[in-house]
Structure formats: C-alpha cells, structure tokens
Design a protein around this ligand. Structure first.
Ligand code: NDP
Length: 331
C-alpha cells in the first residue's frame, strides 16, 4: 500500500465547511517534478471562490485546495537539475498544497530570498506579482501619481500599498474598519478612507487633488465598480482585479467615453504565460525584496485542521495580510 498523508479534501463545492481532513496517498514526483514538504500555504480569495465553485475556471472535485505555497524540496523526479533536495522554494500551481506533501513542476518553482520565512515565501507570489502587474504592467503607474487601493488591509492590498510606495506613488487606501485603515497607514498609505463612508466618492476625488484618481485597483466589483469609475480622473485607468463582493457589475461603455477612461482586466494566471511580463515583474521586484522595501505582511496562521475556519474568516472579512495555513501542524 502507498504511503499515506493527511490532506484537506473537497468532494462537493460549497461554503468552506465542505473541506474535510482525509488520509490520501503521498504524491510521487514524476519526470520534471519535485516533491515538497509543505511548510506554509498562502490562502487567496481565489481559493475561497474555487471551493465555492465560483472561480474563473471550473473546479473539478474531488480535489485538495492550495495553489500558493512554500516548503522544503524533499525528493526530485527524473530530469530535474534546477533545484536541490533541502532547498526552500515557493510554488504557484493549480491546487494540492493543503497537505503534508505536494508535487510541483520543477520549472515553475520561484527562488525564495534567504531572509524570508516559509510563511513569507508562501505569501509572496500571487499578491506581489498581481500588485506589480496592476500598478505597472497594465496600470502604467508613474512616480508621484495617485493610486486607489481597495481592500487595502488584505493580502493584495497590503502588497499593493508597499509596492506603490516603493515605486514612488501616492496611495489612497480604502478598507472596512479603522483597524484595517491603521494597518494601511503603517504600511505607508498617504490617505485612508472607510469603504462605507457615505461621501467616499467625493472624498477620494478630493484626496487626489479634486480631479479624481488616475489609477484604481478595483477588487470589490458589484455596485462598487460604478463608483470606481466615478472616482477616476479623466483618462484614468481602472484595473479590474477582483470581485470580492461576488455581485454583478454593469458597465455602460458611454460612461468610459465621457472622460476617456480605460478599464483593463487583470488575471495573474493568464499573465504568467507572458514570459516577458513575468520576467520584467521579477526583475523589478527582486531588488525591492532584497532591500526590504517590500516584505509580505503575513496575517493569521492556522493549523491544517482549521482550514475551513481560515477560509470562512477571509469571507467574513476578519483577516488582514496574507492568511497562511501550516500543513505540518495538524491542530
Ligand atoms: P484579501 O486578503 O484582500 O481578502 C478579501 C478582502 O476583500 C476582505 O478582507 C475585504 O476587505 C474585501 N471585501 C470587500 N468587499 C467584500 C465583501 N462584500 N465581502 C467580502 N470581502 C469583501 O484577499 P486577496 O488579497 O486574496 O484578494 C483581494 C481581491 O483581489 C479579491 O477580489 C481577489 O479575487 C483579487 N485577486 C485577483 C487576482 C487576479 O489575478 N485577478 C490575484 C489576487 C487577488 P475589507 O473588509 O477591507 O473590505
């Protein structure tokens, strides 16, 4: 019989409590693959949506969630030459990390800075590459320009604030509580605003000098999407990155014409296939990480058996920074 390990398994899609702990076979690294002892799994809103069956791609069950993780290379499949056993690596894959061991393509591993803990390494790839592409690749943000960061205390939000400041931009941060706004200020946000402030549209426009914000990282969606258009400056760029409200948004093209607005979609998964854009992002991020100008803000950490609670806490907007699950901790 094959060796067994404890993992989170989803057999039917739904709210976080569909996730159960099961014993499943330890995966074996095939040609070009490595097996990793998982230290930390970064939980993204996308994981929550995937378990709910609401993500951009179809979730096939049964499956083990966990797309972003870090750990120690434990064994190498055939033809692997770029990593060594014992090395700490970060990975961005489709699923499978909420388990004691996971297999990844050796070509897809991301080198981990020596000063990063496992949790920091697991918190880095999705949020920082997305933030970079939103601010620079697609957002074309310039030093001195204002950017609006929504859900500013979350994983992507904290990464976006740090990166925008490191790139010389000015940040307006929105979030749902005063505690979250304090975190945004601690990370360097210049102006902070409660996301339910009744005068938020005018206040955001005023904060950016009265004419609106040139660059908006839009992650809430639903009726808030229209508000983002209202907050944008003439010729402003609204980068659509998420839909945390899980509500439908409506776009009237004529609203873009009036002020020459640009709305651009961003999905990291498809951008990762653009080698040039990925290499440019990595090149820009590496010195900022090395100098400590950007450091992942790790939020609450959970044991494997608390995975459903971790997912529910994200849905309930209780968390800040990147939620991390540590699969070697069963309880
Ligand atoms: P977060 O850690 O930011 O958690 C989600 C946050 O969304 C909450 O903390 C909450 O912040 C905010 N939120 C706003 N409205 C709601 C609502 N109605 N219900 C629940 N939460 C709400 O998660 P991530 O950093 O993983 O993701 C942030 C957003 O960015 C998500 O929409 C996600 O899908 C998107 N994303 C997209 C990527 C892409 O490739 N397109 C890559 C990475 C992230 P608050 O309480 O302050 O409002």
């Amino acid at each position: 019989m094959s060796e067994q390990m404890t993992a989170v398994v989803v057999e039917r899609l739904g709210p976080p409590d569909v996730m159960e702990l099961r014993d499943i076979p330890v995966p074996v690294a095939g040609p070009g693959e490595i097996r990793i002892k998982v230290e930390a799994v970064g939980i993204n809103f996308a994981d929550v949506l995937a378990v709910a069956g609401e993500y951009l791609t179809r979730t096939r069950v049964p499956y083990t969630p966990g797309m972003e993780f870090a750990g120690i290379v434990e064994s190498l499949g055939e033809e692997v030459t770029n990593v060594t056993v014992g090395q700490r690596v970060a990975c961005l894959g489709g699923s499978g990390a909420l388990a004691k061991y996971a297999v990844a393509k050796a070509a897809a591993v991301i080198p981990v800075p020596e000063n990063f803990t496992g949790a920091q390494a697991a918190a880095f790839p999705v949020s920082y590459f997305t933030a970079y592409h939103g601010l620079k690749t697609l957002g074309r943000g310039q030093p001195g320009e204002w950017v609006l960061v929504q859900a500013a205390a979350g994983a992507l939000g904290t990464a976006s604030i740090q990166l925008a400041k490191a790139l010389g931009m000015q940040v307006i941060a929105m979030a749902s509580t005063e505690e979250k706004l304090q975190l945004a200020r601690d990370l360097g946000a210049d102006v902070t605003l409660l996301q339910d402030d009744p005068e938020r549209v005018q206040k955001v426009r005023d904060a950016a000098g009265g004419g609106g914000v040139p660059l908006i990282l839009e992650v809430v969606g639903g009726p808030r999407f229209q508000e983002s258009l209202d907050m944008a400056a003439a010729q402003g760029r609204v980068i659509v990155i998420g839909n945390a409200s899980r509500e439908q948004a409506h776009l009237r093209p004529v609203d873009l014409m009036k002020r020459n607005l640009t709305v651009t979609g961003l999905w990291l998964t498809s951008l990762m296939t653009d080698r040039e854009a990925t290499a440019a992002a990595a090149q820009a991020l590496t010195p900022l990480v090395a100098s400590g100008q950007v450091t992942p803000h790790v939020g609450p950490t959970y044991a494997l058996s608390d995975s459903a609670r971790a997912f529910q806490d994200i849905l309930d907007r209780k968390t800040t920074g990147k939620v991390v699950i540590e699969p070697q901790r069963l309880t």
